[in-house]
Design a protein around this ligand. Sequence first.
Ligand SMILES: [Zn+2]
Length: 100
Amino acid sequence: MTPRGMSAWSVGIKAFSQQDLEQLAGAEHLKRARSLVDTIDDLYEDEWSVCGTVHDDKAYLAMVHHVGAPLSSECECPDGDPGNWCEHAVAVGLCYLDEA
Ligand SMILES: [Zn+2]
């Protein structure tokens, strides 16, 4: 049991919770996002954001910026203006939360 580093990430503390996502995006988006989690490719995180490609009617690169408050989102889809939480950004958030 050797700690892998000092960052919150490596000790398994998430930068945000599902409740945060639900509050920002609403329960309906959260439900739809849940069905998209399995379609996500290329999930990666850095110290500011988590990003992934969500395959809906087409592939969208979506991200959640988790440094600072409130959380913010970005996505390539027509609804994905910064700060407008589309289901793709929420799905990326959920996928991140699902990781051990
Ligand atoms: Zn989107």
